[in-house]
Design a protein around this ligand. Structure first.
Ligand SMILES: [Zn+2]
Length: 196
């Protein structure tokens, strides 16, 4: 039972330009989240990945590279995910539990690779589309319309696989999202505390 909890999730980081700012707002507002990281970004910014975990958040894997799994063979996907799991483990000392494929593309090979590596696949139930919309108020309403117990909210803490400005827009959205959660009696949590 999700109770009063909503899973807050961020894709495409960690990004030294924006992820620290996201962490600051989450801390100020008492929000917890799961970050679906790119292995290549963790390899560059391992200490930032460790900082995310030390701040009480959780890491899942989004792939080593941000590629369309439907255009890749099962062997490529398995190797990519294995690398991602490896660098997350090295950076944080923790084995990731969750996997969200890039673009939400669930190829047969993605599912097989997840099973082989013991990862649980997670998509989302509400997103802001903040990567494609400059209007903060419209994004806020889009997110608010999907807030209910057990919802999985998708935002991006990074521009690494999204248009420039996406991560900064997420930073700007978080205080409003925190208010919208509070008025509904909901709180943002890590996936492992929503899905448990
Ligand atoms: Zn992504």
């Amino acid at each position: 039972m999700a109770g009063d909890r909503v899973a807050l999730t961020f894709d495409d980081g960690p990004d030294p330009r924006t992820t620290p700012r996201v962490l600051t707002v989450l801390d100020e507002r008492g929000l917890r989240a799961t970050f679906f990281v790119l292995g290549a970004a963790v390899a560059r910014s391992g200490s930032l990945a460790a900082e995310v975990v030390a701040a009480g958040h959780e890491l899942g894997v989004h792939g080593f590279r941000h590629e369309h799994h439907l255009l890749r063979g099962p062997g490529w996907v398995l190797e990519d995910l294995r690398r991602a799991v490896g660098v997350v483990g090295e950076a944080t000392g923790q084995a990731p539990r969750w996997f969200r494929p890039p673009y939400g593309q669930l190829a047969a090979g993605s599912l097989r690779a997840a099973r082989a590596l013991g990862l649980e696949v997670v998509l989302w139930s509400v997103w802001g589309k903040e990567f494609a919309d400059p209007e903060l108020e419209r994004i806020r309403r889009r997110l608010a319309s999907g807030l209910r117990p057990g919802a999985v909210v998708l935002l991006h803490d990074s521009d690494l696989a999204a248009p420039a400005g996406t991560g900064a827009r997420t930073v700007a959205l978080l205080p409003g999202l925190a208010e919208d959660l509070a008025v509904r009696g909901l709180r943002a949590e890590r996936l492992d505390r929503v899905a448990a």
